[in-house]
Ligand binder design. Structure first.
Ligand SMILES: [Zn+2]
Length: 530
């Protein structure tokens, strides 16, 4: 006899909650103290959690259960279904996918680009692309950075075939379609949103890029038509170039970053003392060099990992990660475990809303306490920097998401050409002459974080729409306790008890749209011209 839906949900929660907590603890241990033992424990805990998600009998019970008409119960069913569905893969195929992922990951970890006969690391490549003025030297560094693509491309295609086979067995067109469907994203709507972002960013990006190319070509002593991808500051042109006239790092050299972060959140009535106390924020040997926030138990155990070095980058990162942390902290603790979390897109939006403050003149004056005249003088450059960061990133995500869609539609197509078609169309770069190489495969996300990039860009839209709402209601985004109250009540508390798009519509009064993001770009453009 089939169990009732509430019983199925209760049993799933009883199994999954402790496994997820253990996997999170193991992840934290492996990130804060990198040892072989911690790494082995992390892999084992992760596997145990995934195995539970793959439980075919439980999945069938969830899939075949009838809706109860009780919204919170039916919502848990939907969340559990989407969580388990991608794991319903025949054992043999799953093993093939895991093996390919591990082998590609190992190649990315061990591969060293070779420059002038010597293996070098990614930092050397970055340094060359930031500083070298000789085009041949830059080209060599750029080409060396792409050699990992050749090393993994065949396996990435095999992986795409395996992922597609798994998706088709579940009734989906391909892995791209399955990934969106289980992430509450409608493919047609997503593509329409990306088209709208393309339309909103195309002209300002082209105008800036044209001027930048003229200056760039002068720097390298060539006509703009001879600029190639290695003349830009990073191998994928995914970030805005540094503005050497604006030394924001100098503003944060002597700052206590945890104190600055705490003051920012205290200003909106949120005390992060307890969250800071659980966190690991200082750089140290044998620790992950990245930054993240982890909600260990969907309860009070929330931790942030950073590697703070005084300067703008880690100031922004602290504000960003503690945006995730306060969201986790204030999800209604009475909600059932399955929905006592949130969609990646909404938490990314909240984190970005706070991370952006380091470029906000009001925040710089009041919370950071910078001299009024200094901020006033820097305002146009600050706005320009924010504008370029958004534009360059948006154009890059348009390449990634459109590429992934085409890649899963036909992994064997000529993507060496297709990749450059997209790069030329969206990033306005000129492809290298006579190059036939799998440059798409050099981007690790294609293999190991598939169909995820769109979340970052949609997160930007969420941040812009939230910011517009908060500004309209409270006159700014800082130093008003009502802002914290609004976020806690309207955004954080509901957790994942409703879909992300419903949450955004309820909290901001309108469905997610490109309009606030586009309005912000126009405003930044105006302010950068003063
Ligand atoms: Zn984030």
């Amino acid at each position: 006899m089939a169990s009732s839906l509430p019983a199925v949900l209760a049993a799933a929660t009883a199994t999954l909650a402790p496994l997820e907590r253990d996997a999170n603890r193991a992840w934290w241990a492996a990130s804060t103290q990198v040892t072989d033992e911690h790494e082995a424990a992390r892999i084992a805990a992760d596997l145990a959690f995934r195995t539970a998600l793959a439980d075919a009998e439980r999945f069938t019970a969830v899939r075949d259960s009838a809706p109860t008409g009780e919204p919170l119960v039916d919502r848990q069913r939907a969340v559990l279904h989407d969580l388990m569905l991608p794991h319903q893969v025949p054992d043999e195929l799953r093993e093939q996918i895991v093996r390919l992922e591990a082998s590609i990951d190992a190649t990315f970890n061990s591969h060293r680009p070779v420059l002038a006969g010597t293996p070098v690391d990614d930092n050397t490549i970055s340094e060359t692309l930031r500083t070298a003025t000789d085009s041949t030297e830059r080209r060599d560094a750029w080409e060396a950075a792409k050699t990992v693509g050749v090393a993994v491309a065949d396996r990435v295609r095999d992986l795409a075939h395996a992922r597609n086979e798994a998706a088709r067995a579940l009734g989906y067109r391909d892995h791209f379609a399955l990934s969106l469907a289980t992430a509450e994203l409608d493919e047609a709507e997503l593509m329409a949103t990306l088209d709208a972002i393309d339309a909103a960013t195309r002209a300002p990006f082209a105008t800036w890029k044209h001027g930048d190319d003229v200056a760039r070509a002068a720097r390298f002593g060539c006509p703009p038509a001879e600029l190639r991808p290695w003349h830009y500051d990073d191998p994928f042109f995914q970030g805005a170039p540094q503005d050497h006239e604006l030394d924001v790092d100098a503003w944060f050299t002597d700052r206590d970053l945890p104190a600055l972060t705490a003051a920012t959140y205290a200003g909106i009535g949120i005390d992060i003392g307890e969250l800071l106390a659980r966190s690991d924020l200082e750089p140290r040997a044998g620790k992950s060099q990245h930054a993240f926030c982890i909600d260990v138990d969907r309860d009070e155990d929330i931790r942030v990992l950073c590697n703070n070095v005084p300067g703008d980058y880690w100031t922004e990162t602290m504000l960003h990660e503690f945006g995730h942390a306060v969201y986790d902290r204030f999800v209604d603790p009475e909600l059932p475990w399955l929905v006592r979390t949130m969609h990646p897109l909404t938490t990314e939006g909240v984190a970005m809303l706070f991370g952006r403050l380091t470029g906000d003149p009001q925040w710089l004056r009041t919370v950071a306490g910078l001299d009024d005249a200094v901020v006033t003088a820097a305002e146009p450059r600050l706005a320009r920097r924010q504008l370029l960061t958004r534009l360059v990133f948006a154009r890059w995500v348009l390449v990634m998401t459109n590429f992934e869609r085409a890649f899963y539609a036909d992994p064997d197509a000529d993507h060496d050409t297709g990749w450059w078609d997209l790069v030329e169309r969206f990033q306005l770069l000129t492809r290298p002459d006579d190059r036939h190489a799998p440059d798409w495969a050099a981007k690790i996300h294609v293999a190991l974080a598939p169909v995820y990039y769109q979340n970052y860009l949609l997160g930007e839209l969420v941040a812009s729409q939230l910011e517009a709402t908060v500004r309209a209601r409270f006159g700014g985004v800082i130093d008003t306790p009502e802002i914290g109250e609004f976020l806690r009540r309207e955004v954080f508390a509901p957790g994942w008890s409703c879909r992300w798009d419903e949450l955004v519509a309820q909290a901001t009064g309108a469905p997610l749209s490109v309009a606030p993001y586009a309005a912000e770009l126009a405003d930044l453009a105006r302010r950068s011209e003063r």
